[in-house]
Design a protein around this ligand. Sequence first.
Ligand code: PMP
Length: 429
Amino acid sequence: MTREEILNKKSKYVFPCVTTYYSDPLIADRAQGHYLWDLEGRRYLDFFGGILTVSVGHCHPKVTGAVQAQAGRLPHSSTVYATEAVVALAEKLAEITPGRIQKSFFTNSGTEANEAAILIARMATGSYDVVSLRHAYSGHSQLAKSVTALSNWRKAGVISVGISHAISPYCYRCPLKLTYPTCGVACAEDVEDTIRTTTSGAIAAFIAEPIQGAGGFITPPKEYFKMVFTIVKKYGGLFISDEVQTGFARTGKRWFGIEHWEVEPDIITCAKGMANGSPVGATLATPEVADSYKGLTISTFGGNPVTAVAARATIEVIEEEKLLENVERVGAYFRRKLEALQAKYPLIGDVRGLGLMQGLELVKNPKTKEPAPAETNQFMDRCRSNGLLIGKGGLFGNVIRISPPLTVGEAQIDDAIERMDKSLGEMAG
Ligand code: PMP
């Protein structure tokens, strides 16, 4: 098909709510390693990885090989038969998850992983109320949208029954107008206030992303989650860490983002980077939480042998290629370079994130911090013209999200920084 045919068919046959980046949409054609090619054959350095999903590079031979072999052997069996592929993945997950988390429930997406987590937390505790955070993104189902706290993702008929939203630890735009560290991380206390005033006083769970993804890579002060954990336990809740974006080495050094904040969650939810692009989601829980599920459940495609081998191969690549260490080292290098760009361009109000999950909040003026969404789009367009793909997010659409494959080295970082510098220079000029 030609570019025009693809775009015409998209507008005729695909829901328009599923939007694409760029005023002049990019048609993705093929990809390899750190690069993606469009239909016209232009090559881009891919620093968004299909939204933090291509963790070990496009078409990594080990992952692709495992998928091809399994697709030719047993592509599907449903969960009514056990398979080696699925139990081997579950065992591997138990090995890398923090604390006492040991059992997996497999689905196809982050949305379903969060749905299952909340459902099981309600069963395990006998409570109904759930506390989430403002600026959260949780998925596209009714429940996940009601956990979400970004207005653009909550239009039309989304009501939060049994879900309350505490303020976000968003230091750059502190909702309490305080400054870290003299604030004493006062935002954490809002979780207790929220429980006392908007719930029955006993909660099923607190659910949060260790770094808020779609919210704009909002990174909490290091004490925040520890303080919240104590509150959550005081009111009988389970702690759910939504690791859909932060999981599987994305933040460097540790497998899961929550480990940086020294909290042992009761439940972890994951998807995206877990299988390098194969559609798998998982709800991971401690044995007693997993065993408290009442009645039956099933996900026909959840626990699919093909996606299971893709996930296990991805985890093995992260181990074999020492990517936990690579992300920590290269992420720190990237951060220093981004901070140097910030010093050069006042458009960059804030640089934040961990590992290879780095965000730039763009503002019209660093003093007033007025969001710059138009400039954010312009920057994305320029970077694209200069051969670099990046993402965006944030309540005001003014946060650049950067998440290259975990396999990048300093050379790719230098290349990306050069392209960003050139793009910002063109905008200033
Ligand atoms: N949780 C988080 C933190 C996410 O970023 C997303 C997706 N952006 C989801 C859940 C939902 O995942 P999915 O799109 O796979 O349903």
